[in-house]
Design a protein around this ligand. Structure first.
Ligand code: ZN
Length: 310
């Protein structure tokens, strides 16, 4: 039987986190303030352990180094992508990420961060922050100084099934009431721009105003990614985005489909339903990596999944 690398997710508690990773996905979360499930990750801040007996004790990060053949012998020291499920009970800070060039110089050689969001669910009337209304960097600095945050930020209403690409330099925030699947570059460099004057353990969290002003794109401009939908057997596949770092697709299967995976590796997150991949059971909340050279696969069942590759 061909091997699928099965993930044991890592959970991160956050002041804005909730309990839906347990109530919706059935994960054994550490508390009712669990904000993030690092579902497929080789990042040192939350490296996923493999559940496969033949890889006992190994993590995505360790396998990347020991078994590069599983990942198509791609260059680089680290597994390049990070897949998270984010449960925002409260608002996340308004933030921005640097690009690779800025992060390399200013963040000890770290990668920059491009990320994208697929909205799994949201409360009625929920919005997100994406972009801002300043026309020049000076105007932005003035608005920050005067704490005119609500005037500065651009808010967009969201619905279940929406998709957003967040390039470096794009000011953004997930707001309370949102459950999201995030695909991103494997980086943890975030510049916190505004945190609603909240306290954590009696203190405000650190802000990075100077860095934020330096890397934010002014004025904001963004074109939504062009999407494309096609059929594979009984499945409908929508390509949500292709950018220099990743391609992300959503698949809805009701019946059977045959896929040929010709990628260095493919990340798969099962969002709902259950079924089989080459006869191996998968269900809602499972995350796995299809390794390099896997080739053809028969999928069967009632499944909604997101897959991504470099
Ligand atoms: Zn972000």
């Amino acid at each position: 039987m061909k091997t699928l690398l099965r993930m044991k997710p890592v959970f991160q508690e956050k002041i804005w986190g909730g309990d839906r990773l347990r109530t919706v996905f059935g994960y054994d979360t550490p508390s009712d303030k669990t904000g993030e499930c690092w579902a497929i990750s080789g990042h040192p801040n939350g490296d996923c352990t493999l559940e496969n007996p033949e890889f006992a004790g190994e993590t995505v990060g360790s396998l990347w180094k020991k078994r590069p053949d599983l990942f198509g012998n791609l260059p680089g020291d680290t597994f390049p992508l990070l897949i998270k499920i984010i449960d925002a009970k409260d608002d996340l800070s308004i933030q921005v990420h640097p690009d690779d060039a800025y992060a390399k110089v200013n963040e000890n050689g770290s990668l920059g961060k491009t990320e994208c969001w697929y909205v799994l669910d949201c409360d009625p009337g929920t919005s997100i922050v994406i972009g801002h209304n300043a026309k020049t960097r000076e105007e932005m600095a003035r608005m920050v100084e005067d704490k005119r945050w609500m005037e500065l930020i651009r808010q967009v209403p969201i619905q279940k099934g929406d998709f957003f690409q967040i390039d470096p330099g794009c000011l953004h925030a997930i707001k309370g009431g949102t459950l999201i699947l995030e695909t991103q570059q494997s980086s943890d460099v975030t510049y916190r721009f505004y945190d609603y004057d909240r306290l954590q353990d009696g203190k405000p969290r650190t802000l990075h105003i100077a860095q934020s002003l330096a890397v934010t794109q002014v004025p904001h401009q963004a074109e939504p990614p062009k999407q494309e939908t096609f059929s594979v057997g009984d499945a409908t596949v929508t390509r949500l985005v292709t950018c220099p770092y990743y391609t992300v697709c959503r698949m809805v299967l009701s019946g059977k489909a045959h896929m040929d995976w010709n990628q260095p590796f493919v990340n798969v997150s099962i969002l709902s339903g259950e079924g089989t991949l080459d006869g191996q059971q998968v269900k809602k909340g499972d995350h796995l990596i299809i390794p390099a050279g896997y080739g053809p696969m028969d999928l069967e069942g009632e499944l909604e999944l997101i897959y991504s590759h470099v």
